[in-house]
Design a protein around this ligand. Structure first.
Ligand code: ADP
Ligand code: MG
Length: 221
């Protein structure tokens, strides 16, 4: 599965005018590959992910996810596309305080159309894949920052997305933990053939990416 953006322009209202957050951005990320988008704060990285995630509708341009052009979709169709095909890892894990690591993942299965396999078994398998097999029954306050971020990533994989969008996953982590999270994302991308887009302002670890694009003032080079 490939993510394709063609000439995407996104503006936000800004006083009397408009602020251009994305300026004719084009990007092609084939399944099984990991693309990094780097750039300073405010350059448009999160906006790019929001468009790819169908959470924001751009002013113009084309977005194709899982073979579907998103422009003509209703809100309900976009929600279904997200549930079935897109995993989103937001910068803040936003885990539910009262749920264990395994339950954070199981919730995702309840939101989708019905489990292919029992949710608990899939949750445990994914926690194992992110190195947290022995932490499945811990609640967020019993996990370190890096472990919470790994639960966040495992949760995004719960519905077997073909597109994985990751926003600054290493910003709260030290160098070593950040490297481990990026290794994990690179491995999962290849094993699961997801098209993965990772945005970061951190230029460390970029050698692990298949492609690095630079965002500056809404333009991608
Ligand atoms: P980054 O993730 O690279 O820090 P963003 O995509 O969050 O950049 O923001 C790009 C630009 O768009 C910034 O100038 C930011 O202030 C502006 N912006 C982001 N979201 C909104 C919004 N919802 N409304 C208005 N302006 C926004
Ligand atoms: Mg951002």
């Amino acid at each position: 599965m490939t993510l394709t953006l063609v000439d995407v322009t996104l503006t936000y209202p800004d006083g009397d005018g408009r602020l251009t957050a994305l300026d004719q951005v084009s990007l092609d990320v084939p399944g099984g590959s990991l693309a990094a988008v780097v750039g300073p704060s405010g350059s448009g990285k999160s906006s790019l992910l929001a468009v790819a995630a169908t959470l924001v509708t751009p002013d113009s341009g084309k977005t194709v996810v899982a073979g579907t052009e998103t422009a003509g979709l209703s809100a309900a169709d976009k929600a279904a596309l997200r549930r079935e095909h897109i995993g989103i890892v937001f910068q803040q894990p936003n885990l539910l305080p009262s749920l264990t690591a395994a339950e954070q993942l199981q919730v995702m299965a309840h939101l989708s159309r019905g489990p292919v396999r029992p949710a608990r078994a899939r949750a445990l398998e994914l926690l194992d894949a992110v190195g947290l097999a022995d932490k499945a029954d811990r609640r967020p306050h019993q996990l370190s920052g890096g472990q919470r971020q790994r639960v966040n990533i495992a949760r995004a994989l719960m519905n077997e997305p073909s597109l994985l969008l990751v926003d600054e996953p290493t910003s709260a982590l030290d160098h070593e933990r950040g490297a481990a999270v990026l290794d994990l994302l690179a491995t999962l991308t290849r094993e699961r053939s997801t098209a993965t887009v990772l945005v970061t302002h951190d230029r460390a670890h970029l050698e692990r990416m298949d492609r690095v694009a630079v965002m500056r003032d809404g333009r991608l080079t």
